[in-house]
Design a protein around this ligand. Structure first.
Ligand SMILES: Nc1ncnc2c1ncn2[C@@H]1O[C@H](COP(=O)(O)OP(=O)(O)OP(=O)(O)O)[C@@H](O)[C@H]1O
Ligand SMILES: [Mg+2]
Length: 267
């Protein structure tokens, strides 16, 4: 079971003065249990690519299939695909519209004809360190970090197999960022397939994610973490990627000393 992206391209505003090819000839397979980091400079096509995973954007060339069903085909049940592939946008809290958090969490599952038990809600609230008493609160009266967490939980409550995050920690303080990172790791160890557009690569070193580097709409690199770490600096610079100290240390250790590498990866 997987999301299979086969040689897709997408151009915005075809035949208008604003025509822009956002992704070109991209192929990738997100298999069950994978953790993928999508990285690359601004405008490189990351958001456009992930929006094809649940049919929000239909590629003009190539195909995207989710567990064998091609998005946009007339026989494909798109609602089922949207239920399987949970997309969490960059500022998901912008979509809140109901009076209480409880109603926000119930909305998605109801829409997909699912029932959502108290245990599941409790499970996710605890995963993100949110008190259950918050369920009766308005989603508009929370701190920035809490709001983001509720927005993420509202997607998880639909129980998607594939969870796709577009920069989920952007604008969060350190503590909230770490809580979200911890929850994402936990979701992955629970067996969810995760795709994460992020600039915080070093938060995920020890999970050995797969990495896709986007550059100007194309895949500059696609592969395992250790190969990514050893990419030539000019390649990384072209994609706007700078290693922090932890990644530099890991790279050094990878080349010179395996014992040190394993220690760094759990920092
Ligand atoms: N709705 C749109 N209409 C026209 N062009 C768009 C639209 N959305 C994105 N683009 C263009 O497509 C290209 C890819 O954009 P995309 O948002 O996918 O990049 P990104 O890698 O997610 O960038 P960022 O890191 O800034 O979020 C950019 O040149 C962008 O200007
Ligand atoms: Mg984006």
């Amino acid at each position: 079971m997987s999301i299979a992206v086969d040689n897709i391209s997408y151009t915005y505003g075809i035949n208008t003065p604003f025509e822009k090819t956002a992704i070109k000839d991209i192929s990738i397979e997100i298999s069950n249990g994978d953790l993928w980091l999508f990285v690359g400079h601004t405008g490189s096509g990351k958001s456009t690519l992930i929006n094809t995973f649940n049919g929000l954007i239909l590629p003009q060339k190539g195909s995207v299939s989710v567990d064998g069903e091609v998005t946009g085909n007339k026989n494909t049940n798109m609602k089922k695909i949207r239920n399987k592939v949970g997309l969490i946008f960059q500022y998901p809290e912008a979509q809140f519209f109901l009076p209480t958090i409880y109603e926000e969490l119930m909305y998605g599952p109801k829409n997909f004809g699912m029932s959502l038990g108290k245990e599941e809600i409790k499970f996710y609230m605890e995963m993100f360190s949110l008190p259950l008493a918050y369920l009766n609160k308005s989603p508009f009266n929370l701190s920035g970090g809490e709001t983001r967490k509720v927005a993420i939980i509202s997607v998880l409550c639909c129980n998607p197999q594939y969870v796709v995050f577009d920069e989920p920690t952007v604008g969060l303080d350190y503590t909230s960022r770490m809580e979200v990172v911890k929850a994402i790791k936990r979701l992955n160890t629970m067996g969810k397939s995760i795709v994460l557009v992020t600039h915080w690569i070093s938060d995920f070193i020890h999970l050995k994610p797969k990495v896709l580097v986007m550059n100007d709409g194309q895949a500059l690199f696609k592969g395992n973490f250790d190969d990514f770490i050893q990419l030539d600096r000019p390649v990384l610079e072209q994609a706007g990627i700078r290693f922090d100290q932890k990644l530099e240390l890991y790279r050094c250790a990878l080349v010179h000393n395996k014992d040190i590498r394993d220690k760094i990866s759990i920092i």
